[in-house]
Ligand binder design. Structure first.
Ligand code: ADE
Length: 233
């Protein structure tokens, strides 16, 4: 199955590199994902290809227009924009959205089609979230100038979960958050560098003890750095 991802944004060049390199490219080459980036300026019905306007009620900044977003979606899908969310996830990237976590990535990786709408400038007309987007995602408690990087983050996290993308299914299973905790520390050669030594146990060849050491380290690390992950369950 190929996951079709459509990103609607005002700065498509910001997505050019993320979608043409690394894991997203690998997934695309394997036929697991297709990413289509749509330029809201190019698709704008406005004679000057404007995508934003001043806010009703006054105040600073510009607001992404609902008609521009609806028009672009309808040009791509040929059904009313407000009906798209009944067919597949239509996701607005915004700091006000649901926090993006691994279970959300896992759920999105099961879909056949994903639509992302990236806000830009100071705001997005509220009617986009009221009537068009069925889901809102935030990649963290900070404010970006637009949703493009956020969409790239979500796409990267989803692409690597697609069958055929990663190559090594085992590394998926073991990694942080898959098990609801942080990962154990990793080391590779040289065994000693500038006096910095790899823990003896890892060079002992005792796979049973190595496994328990790693489990223990993962737990200690999670307790120290992210106790919320342990309390969540
Ligand atoms: N757009 C601006 N800031 C964002 C954030 N933190 N997450 C998702 N989209 C955003």
């Amino acid at each position: 199955m190929t996951l079709e991802a459509h990103v609607f944004c005002t700065l498509p060049e910001m997505l050019a590199s993320p979608v043409s390199s690394g894991i997203i490219k690998r997934a695309a080459d394997a036929g697991a994902i297709e990413v289509h980036v749509h330029d809201l300026h190019a698709l704008s019905p406005d004679p000057h290809h404007k995508v934003d306007d001043t806010p009703y009620g006054g105040g600073p900044g510009m607001v992404l227009r609902v008609d521009v977003v609806a028009h672009a979606l309808e040009a791509a899908f040929d059904i009313p924009a407000e009906q798209l969310q009944e067919r597949f996830p239509v996701i607005l990237l915004t700091p006000q959205g649901e926090p993006f976590r691994q279970p959300v990535a896992r759920a999105l990786a099961l879909e056949e089609t994903l639509v992302f709408i990236c806000g830009r400038y100071e705001g997005v007309d509220e009617r986009i979230s009221q009537h068009i987007a069925g889901q809102e995602i935030s990649i963290g408690d900070f404010v970006l100038s637009g949703g493009e990087i956020a969409a790239a983050v979500v796409l990267e996290a989803v692409a690597r979960l697609l069958p055929g993308a990663l190559g090594n299914a085992e590394s998926l299973e073991e990694e942080s958050f898959a098990a609801g905790r942080l990962e154990y520390p990793h080391y590779t050669r040289p065994a000693e560098y500038r006096g910095w030594k790899v823990p003896d146990i890892l060079t002992s060849g005792d796979h049973g003890r190595i496994k328990s050491w790693r489990e223990e380290q993962a737990l200690v690390r999670t307790r120290e750095r992210r106790p919320d992950l342990l309390n969540d369950k």
